[in-house]
Design a protein around this ligand. Sequence first.
Ligand SMILES: Cc1cc2nc3c(=O)[nH]c(=O)nc-3n(C[C@H](O)[C@H](O)[C@H](O)COP(=O)(O)OP(=O)(O)OC[C@H]3O[C@@H](n4cnc5c(N)ncnc54)[C@H](O)[C@@H]3O)c2cc1C
Length: 302
Amino acid sequence: MSLTPEQNAEIDELRSNPSETLRVVSEGMEKHLYHAIPVLDHGFVRVIDYMGDDAAICQAARVSYGKGTKSVQNDEGLIRYLMRHWHSTPFEMCEIKLHVKLPVFVARQWIRHRTANVNEYSARYSILDREFYIPAPENIAAQSAVNNQGRGGALEGEEAARVLEILKADSARSYDNYQAMISQDGQEGLARELARMNLPANIYTQWYWKVDLHNLLHFLRLRADAHAQYEIRVYADAICNVVADWVPAAYRAFEDYRMGAVTMSAQMVDCLRRMIKGETVDQDTSGMSAREWREFKEMIDS
Ligand SMILES: Cc1cc2nc3c(=O)[nH]c(=O)nc-3n(C[C@H](O)[C@H](O)[C@H](O)COP(=O)(O)OP(=O)(O)OC[C@H]3O[C@@H](n4cnc5c(N)ncnc54)[C@H](O)[C@@H]3O)c2cc1C
């Protein structure tokens, strides 16, 4: 991951001018502010701004519960109660603004999360950098034999080298042609908004992404999950570490009641109860499809 000298200078400048504030400050988040966390080969995530902390979640919740919260011993207990019972709006009181640099094919998955505000680098206005995501050798994986939407083991030897060569050559050739087509000094050239159309989806883009904590946790639940594609998962993992420092109690509750939790259907709960009572239950007597039964077994056996 490389930051431009201008970006490094901007980070130094921003961090060298702390100002006093009466607003809530999360100590864990202050250390992240402006710094870039490297992700993939050229990407990063950095916190540009944030609002609120664990206490802000509780403050908002207490508006709705009033004296009712007196029975909850402490803020962490209240946050865990809110998370457990899907009382989500207090989590919306916290916000985060991130600067993310990411390959376009990752951005296409990311942008599906509609409950955020986005401002992206304009390839109509500016020329894109010659930066392409080329997977590390261990991430050059074969198509999964069991999951159409996933990958299997890593390609090895000549096969891996052949794929890497194609990726690098195609990236270089398309960027050379992009440069050759765009308007340069002394020639009219093609408009940037048109020249970009031959660039591959592994080229990097950048955006500012602002989201509230509730919707961020929804994003992380889906994208830090083992089923998410590796290339977006590493961004989600990096953001998870930031959130753990920003709102530690909320993050612990999220780990316990979302990431580490499982959802069971009525049939699954019924089977589990029967099994606890000593009954031998198999797929035929479970009332579940083969796939659902397999998923159920994975939940209770792992
Ligand atoms: C492993 C995985 C595989 C996927 N595969 C595919 C795929 O093959 N094809 C594909 O197209 N997508 C795919 N997706 C994207 C997925 O379908 C969602 O679009 C994405 O995860 C965003 O989720 P969301 O809509 O809940 O999030 P957000 O857009 O952040 O929305 C959050 C919640 O707000 C509500 N909401 C927001 N906007 C609206 C709206 N306009 N109308 C109604 N309710 C709204 C919904 O309750 C939603 O759950 C995949 C996602 C994952 C994690």
